[in-house]
Design a protein around this ligand. Structure first.
Ligand SMILES: Cc1cc2nc3c(=O)[nH]c(=O)nc-3n(C[C@H](O)[C@H](O)[C@H](O)COP(=O)(O)O)c2cc1C
Length: 324
């Protein structure tokens, strides 16, 4: 069946799902600077999708706008029946696709038999994929997973996922055990891609890609249809565009935009502290970084950034305020 993934020009680029990062504000912020072909929401529990009461605390995970399309909702869970109903809900909410998380190593997720835990129960994983497909009724299903649990098990684990026929396989090239530490095994991603292609499934590679150029090279070298970038977007919302050196003022203006957009959109509903993980990525000066980390809320962080601008020779304060 034809779906949007099949219509993308290859290699396509995907913004990775990142909990507490890739919310609607962050996705718009990235889209303002460079254009991934597909974006993902932060993940949410499948069970939480199934009732208005369950959804209420996560309702912001389901917010998106037309400019973000195609947008894929990522969900985790362990019950096939939940996925059937959850997939119907994702369809009704107008998303362009559903992704099942089968790689998250977070203990709270694994304790529910979900995320990376599913690698230990391939039969259940297959039942989940089939149930979700039935619920999606033609909307594309992707599975984002790793190479194995304790050790690399590409042939058996990826083989089991592919046997259930998702439309797209997203492979983060590490085991559960390796978390995000070891370098991604792109040679194994290449094996997964060739298995996927034999099964008529598209394959997206993920792990350690830092630029569009690197992604293009990897796509060619390792035979994937697309490349997903996660941490490479930290401090570099231009990552999906051809590489260009960015000056310090440009980076600081981008950070100030992120801060103002975040606080403007979420007001008091999301803690400004979540922004702190971005400061280090944008700011080279230790002095400035220290002051930003000590700021108590986003307005204070903007004040710190603007003072820094005003104090630096060659920085244009007018440019700073005009571009927020
Ligand atoms: C802060 C953070 C949050 C993440 N949250 C999720 C998530 O909700 N779902 C998911 O499938 N992966 C999640 N990941 C993993 C990324 O999607 C990606 O697979 C991983 O970072 C490797 O890609 P990279 O080297 O390009 O960052 C997260 C990673 C980070 C750094």
């Amino acid at each position: 069946m034809s779906h949007f993934w099949r219509q993308l020009k290859k290699p396509f680029f995907v913004l990775a799902p990142m909990a507490d990062v890739t919310d609607i504000v962050f996705r718009h912020f990235v889209l303002r600077h460079s254009r991934p072909d597909v974006v993902y929401t932060e993940f949410m529990a499948c069970k939480a999708l199934l009732s208005p009461k369950g959804r209420a605390p996560f309702i912001h995970h389901l917010k998106y706008t037309e400019q973000e399309r195609p947008i894929v909702a990522q969900v985790f869970g362990s019950e096939p029946d939940d996925f059937f109903a959850g997939a119907q809900r994702i369809r009704a909410l107008g998303f362009d696709g559903l992704d099942i998380n089968m790689g998250c190593p977070d203990r709270r997720v694994e304790k529910q038999g979900a995320g990376a835990y599913l690698m230990r129960d391939p039969q259940r994983a297959q039942a989940i994929i089939q149930a979700a497909k039935a619920g999606l009724a033609g909307l594309p299903l992707t599975v984002k997973t790793r190479l194995g649990y304790h050790t690399i098990e590409t042939a058996s684990w990826i083989g089991a996922v592919l046997a259930a026929k998702p439309d797209v396989l997203v492979v983060h090239g590490r085991t559960r055990q390796e978390m995000s530490e070891a370098p991604a095994h792109w040679d194994e991603i290449a094996l997964a891609a060739s298995m996927a292609h034999d099964a008529g499934v598209l394959c997206v590679g993920n792990g350690d890609v830092q630029s569009r150029e690197q992604g293009e090279e990897y796509a060619q070298r390792f035979g994937v249809d697309g490349v997903m970038i996660g941490r490479g977007v930290f401090g570099n919302p231009w990552v999906f565009a051809p590489r260009t050196e960015r000056s310090e003022p440009e980076k600081l203006i981008a950070l100030a935009q992120l801060i103002t957009q975040f606080s403007g959109f979420w007001q008091a509903t999301k803690n400004d502290g979540r922004l702190k993980k971005h400061f280090k990525a944008y700011v080279g000066s230790q002095f400035l970084r220290g002051r930003l980390m000590a700021s108590r809320h986003s307005m204070e962080a903007i004040e710190v950034l603007s003072q820094y601008f005003y104090s630096k020779d060659g920085f244009s304060p007018i440019g700073f305020t005009n571009r927020l």
